[in-house]
Design a protein around this ligand. Structure first.
Ligand code: PLP
Length: 367
């Protein structure tokens, strides 16, 4: 529909309300739990707040459009979206591949809740995803991987999954649909946290699933209704309101990330840097083939934990915070959360500050 437009135009249009004279230019929040029913018992579009909400519909059609899906479903968090899809797909006896190096709570959920139900859960790193898919029924891939920013070749993985009849689920949180569209590369369903760069103001938790498989999406919607992991109407409104500036914000974040990656790469205090947009990054060729933009995250390694703490203390612009994708540049030392990374490994989430300011600030803070 809006395929001819660039990302900022699409996100602005997606978040705008319908052009009706006298009505607000943007949609207001609609916090209803119950809607009037008709006495002839025909079903209106909205009946009860756990089934549907007009703000969800607008948010979901925006997400479907951005992901190149026929439909999308919003959830109360990224984890709610991922676990709902997994509850639909991963039945007892299913072989389920989850990222060993990706977002840790996904593999914790699989190990703590799905494995005891008889799902054969296999934790596999980005480099071994394609080989593992050859004996899997459901594959969850994440790329670029949070936090190490390794890249999975989605086209190759999708061909392997298709050859075997396995379902490919891609977590598209780190690149957002403005950076990568997994469905166009052959994925069956996209799951993501909208909490990060898509909402981008560090003030709302939300998630979604998007796909072109109508039957699968109907089952996921049923799961959402019965499981109840819905997005509150105010949060849906906040996420929709934020989506309007996502194109502009993400462009600046990606620009800042590339500049920061070059700066870190050339700094003597930095042991290693990963950013898929760096020409000498091991994943650069695959990233160029499948990504429109390389994202706002940069992974790097300093000597030890103290060096990361010192960087944050000395910096005027980078704050210590987990999560990512917000307006403010932030640094997260991932070993603090138990990620399998060295003590001095940090993930920097680029904000929308001026590039020159960030580069001089971080250069000075590194000493
Ligand atoms: C944050 C994150 C999630 C979970 O999203 P929430 O909105 O916090 O539930 C899932 N996957 C990835 C890659 C993430 O970064």
């Amino acid at each position: 529909m809006s395929g001819q437009y660039g990302d900022s135009t699409r996100t602005v249009k997606a978040s705008a309300s319908q052009n009706v004279p006298g009505q607000p230019v943007t949609s207001p929040p609609l916090p209803a739990s119950a809607y009037h029913l008709s006495e002839d018992e025909s079903r209106p579009l909205d009946t009860y707040g756990r089934s549907s909400n007009p703000t969800w519909r607008q948010f979901e059609s925006a997400l479907a459009d951005l992901e190149g899906a026929t439909s999308a479903l919003s959830f109360g968090s990224g984890m709610a979206a991922i676990t709902s899809v997994l509850r639909v797909l991963a039945k007892p006896g299913t072989v389920l591949v989850v990222p060993a190096d990706g977002y840790y709570q996904v593999r914790r959920y699989a190990a703590e809740y799905l494995a005891p139900l008889g799902v054969d859960v296999r934790e596999v790193s980005a480099a071994d995803m394609c080989a593992a898919a050859e004996s899997a029924d459901v594959v969850v891939a994440e790329t670029p991987v949070n936090p190490t920013l390794d890249v999975v070749d989605l086209h190759r993985l999708a061909l392997t999954c298709r050859g075997r009849g396995a379902t490919l689920v891609v977590d598209n949180t780190t690149p957002t649909p403005l950076g990568q569209q997994p469905l166009s590369l052959g994925a069956d369903v996209v799951v993501a946290s909208a909490t990060k760069a898509l909402s981008g103001h560090s003030d709302v938790i939300a998630g979604y699933a998007a796909s072109c498989h109508a039957e699968l999406m109907a089952a996921v919607e049923r799961e959402r209704l019965l499981g109840g992991a819905i997005l509150g109407p105010f949060e849906a409104w906040l996420a929709l309101r934020s989506l309007g500036s996502a194109g502009l914000r993400f462009e600046r974040q990606c620009q800042n990330a590339l500049a920061m990656a070059f700066t870190l790469r050339d700094h003597p205090a930095v042991r290693a840097v990963r950013y898929p947009g760096l020409p000498d990054d091991p994943a650069h060729d695959v990233a160029c083939a499948q990504m429109k933009r390389f994202g706002g995250l940069v992974a790097f390694e300093l000597a030890d934990a103290a060096a990361v703490h010192r960087l944050v203390e000395r910096s005027d612009l980078a704050v210590a915070a987990t999560s990512f994708g917000g307006l403010h540049t932030s640094v997260d030392r991932r070993a603090r959360w138990g990620d399998p990374v060295p003590a001095g490994f940090a993930r920097m989430s680029m904000g929308i500050e001026d590039t020159d300011d960030l580069i001089s600030d971080v250069t000075a803070a590194l000493g």
